[in-house]
Structures are given as structure tokens and as C-alpha cells.
Design a binder for this molecule. Structure first.
Ligand SMILES: *[C@@H]1O[C@H](CO)[C@@H](O)[C@H](O)[C@H]1NC(C)=O
Length: 407
């Protein structure tokens, strides 16, 4: 190991300039390595802390840490329309079998009874918006919390009132706000439309939410978080269709709606598991697919579980490149609503590479949303919660390196 390291150093020292390969880092505050990219790539700034060699980019002079992203041959503006963070807490207590212990909800809403010293989700979003130029927040909530565990019943006015405080705080930043029902396609262990709740019971909660937010153009309807082990993807697509129709008919005629596939919304599985094909049949009442957006998740750890602090992949070759091709061929777009990693060097490298790829393919990727801030704290492996208050906030290293934007 030591011997080959010395050899490499010698070789580098003998050459004129070491060139970074495609997707490698080439600049940013604290970067002391090469700022030159191999032929075919140019150094593009993601933010003040991270610049990266992006293939197919038209080079515009010498890259600096403050260079603005340039358009790339991938397609789009060179920057996704949306970037943001999940503000979690109203989903705490929800398990992957669709049980939600509503006592464990930990709202990121300050001064909310029965708690009076909750995490300040409003302050976090204000900071992310003003200091990091983020413009989308996903607000997970348990289905049981919304209806006070009354399946198919009316929205609980008390609980909805608390959740709506978070939604209104989000809207007041000017950002888009994803209402995400965080139930894994289930209620208490059974799958919607496939042995569990009826489509009508699921449609009921969405009809009420869409009615409430019909006039809010920046509310985004996140139909369901991470369906998994769903037996029939075509039956699931029919459930999603029923919800889309209900949301539109409730008066939310044009807002974004997420289409979530099977396999935990894995961006690497969405084509192969049939989710993309099945969900591509879902339409608005007028037959179009306008603002019906494929919603994918992807972590960068060894098993795509988002539980490890070290990252091992940038997900480009196995997930985001093939999906970009499929989206272009089918005239569709996707958003990545969960991604992230530990506050480690490996995650900074790979997450920044992944996000650079999304930015370079902004014609088909609408954005990315990190997981997660809100009620998480520094004990959480994937913590993205900034610390501070008022006008003084400090981001976690991974947010600073990869998710924050310089303008
Ligand atoms: C529900 O959450 C509360 C608060 O975290 C906890 O005390 C309680 O044991 C949980 N109940 C179950 C059944 O897990």
C-alpha cells in the first residue's frame, strides 16, 4: 500500500498537471487537489464547497469555486428546478408495515402542545431557503395522525391544525411543499387496495387534503411514501390513478402529484420492477400526464437502506443514467425525494457526484430532497438538521457540501 502510494506520487510529480476524471472533485473551499478535468469534462461549481468534473459540458474559461453551473449535453439548464430537504417529525412512530404510533409523533413545530420546546422546523426552512437557496421541502406525516386513527374518517381538526402550521411555514418561505403520507402503501400491516384499506378509504384522506390545499399552487401531493412488497404493481397503479383523479376533481387541478413505485421507490428498480410502465398509464382526468411526476428514492450506502454513515456509490450508472434515458424516451420527469448519507468524506464525494448528475440532466430530473432534517438530531446517522436559531444557523457538513446552493 505504502509502496504504490509513493509510486503514484512520483508519477504525479513527474507529469505536468494531474487531471480529474469524470465526476471527480475539481474545486471548492478547502479543496487542494487538481482543478483540471480530463478531456471531455469541465469543472462545474455545485456550490462554494464543491466543484465537479461534468462530462459533456461546454467549458467556459477557467473554473473557479464561484463559477456558475453551465448547461450540459445531458439536457436542461444545468441545474434542477428544485433542491431541498425533508422536514421530518410528523411521521415519527410510523413503521414500514404501515403502523403509526401517534404518541411517538415529534412535530418540528415550536411551542406546539403538549410540547413546548420542539425542533424549529419553520426556522430551519427559513434558513435553508434564505442561506442555502433551497426551494422545496417534503413534510412527512403519518396517515393515522391525520385522521386520528379513524380509517376512512374525516381529518382530525386538531392534528391537521398542527401539521398545517408546518405546511404554512413552508409556504411562507416561497418554497414548494410536499405533503407526504408516510405509510409504505399500508395501514396497520395491510396493503391499500390489496387486502388492506379500500381505495375509497385512501381516496378519502386525499380528497380532504386536496380540498384544503386546492388553492395553494406550491403544495405538492406526495401520494405515498415507499410502497414495498406490493404484490401487484398494476393494481397499485389503479390505486394511484384513483387518488390522482380524486385530487384533481377536488379542485387541485394543476399542482404537482408524485407517482410512487414499488421497492421503496428505488430509482434503481423503478424500470425493472414494472413500476415505471404501470405508473405511466396514470393520467389526469383530461387524459394528459401534466405534472404527474415519478417519485424515486435512492441512498448511497452498501445496501441502499440509508442507515449507514459511509457511502459506496454515486448511483449514476445503475440508477440515474438508465432512468434518465427512460424518462426522455417516454417524455416524463422524476424527482428524487429521499437521498442522503452520513456526514463523512465518502458521502460528500458520492452524494455530490449524484447531485451533479441530476443537475446535468435537469430536463428529466426536477430536483432532489435530502433526508433528513426537522426533528432529527445529531444522534441520527443521516442527520441534516441545522443547528442554531434566529438568523444564525450552521449546516451539517453534507448539506454544506452537496445540498446547499450558492445562488
Ligand atoms: C408509542 O410511542 C410512545 C412514545 O414514544 C412510547 O412510549 C410507547 O411505548 C409506544 N407504543 C408502542 C405500542 O410502541
Amino acid at each position: 500500500m505504502m509502496r504504490s502510494l509513493l509510486l503514484s506520487l512520483t508519477v504525479l510529480g513527474a507529469g505536468a498537471v494531474a487531471q480529474q476524471s469524470a465526476w471527480g472533485q475539481c474545486g471548492g473551499i478547502g479543496w487542494s487537489g487538481s482543478t483540471s478535468c480530463e478531456a471531455g469534462s469541465c469543472c462545474v461549481s455545485q456550490n462554494a464547497y464543491y466543484s465537479q468534473c461534468v462530462p459533456g459540458t461546454a467549458c467556459s474559461g477557467t473554473a473557479t469555486t464561484t463559477a456558475t453551473p453551465t448547461p450540459t449535453s445531458g439536457g436542461g439548464s444545468g441545474r434542477t428546478r428544485f433542491a431541498g430537504v425533508n422536514i421530518a417529525g410528523f411521521d415519527f412512530g410510523c413503521a414500514t408495515d404501515g403502523t403509526c404510533n401517534t404518541t411517538a409523533v415529534y412535530p418540528p413545530v415550536k411551542d406546539m402542545p403538549p410540547y413546548y420546546n420542539n425542533p424549529d422546523g419553520a426556522g430551519q426552512m427559513d434558513h435553508f431557503s434564505k442561506d442555502d437557496n433551497l426551494n422545496i421541502f417534503r413534510l412527512p406525516v403519518g396517515w393515522q395522525y391525520l385522521v386520528n386513527s379513524n380509517l376512512g374518517g374525516t381529518l382530525d381538526s386538531t392534528n391537521l391544525g398542527y401539521y398545517d402550521q408546518l405546511v404554512q411555514s413552508c409556504l411562507s418561505t416561497g418554497a414548494y411543499c410536499i405533503v407526504d403520507i408516510h405509510n409504505y402503501a399500508r395501514w396497520n400491516g395491510a396493503i391499500i387496495g390489496q387486502g388492506g384499506p379500500t381505495n375509497e378509504q385512501f381516496v378519502s384522506v386525499w380528497t380532504q387534503l386536496a380540498t384544503k390545499y386546492a388553492s395553494q399552487a406550491r403544495v405538492w401531493f406526495g401520494i405515498m411514501n415507499e410502497p414495498h412488497d406490493v404484490p401487484s404493481i398494476t393494481t397499485w397503479a389503479a390505486t394511484v390513478q384513483a387518488v390522482v383523479t380524486a385530487i384533481r376533481n377536488a379542485g387541485a387541478t394543476s399542482q404537482f402529484i408524485s407517482l410512487p413505485g414499488n421497492d421503496w421507490q428505488s430509482a434503481a428498480a423503478v424500470i425493472s420492477d414494472g413500476s415505471a410502465a404501470a405508473l405511466s398509464t396514470v393520467t389526469n382526468p383530461d387524459g394528459t400526464t401534466t405534472n404527474l411526476i415519478f417519485d424515486v428514492h435512492k441512498y448511497l450506502d452498501s445496501d441502499n437502506s440509508g442507515t449507514h454513515t459511509e457511502c459506496v456509490t454515486n448511483n449514476i450508472d445503475d440508477a440515474f443514467a438508465p432512468l434518465a434515458t427512460w424518462l426522455r424516451q417516454n417524455g416524463r420527469q422524476a424527482i428524487l425525494t429521499e437521498t442522503g448519507g452520513g456526514n463523512t468524506a465518502s458521502c460528500e464525494t458520492y452524494l455530490c457526484q449524484q447531485i451533479a448528475y441530476l443537475n446535468a440532466n435537469a430536463d428529466v430530473y426536477l430536483g432532489y430532497v435530502g433526508w433528513g432534517a426537522g426533528s432529527f438530531d445529531s444522534t441520527y446517522a443521516l442527520d441534516e438538521t441545522p443547528t442554531g436559531s434566529g438568523s444564525s444557523w450552521t449546516d451539517t457538513p453534507l448539506v454544506k457540501a452537496c445540498i446547499a446552493r450558492s445562488s
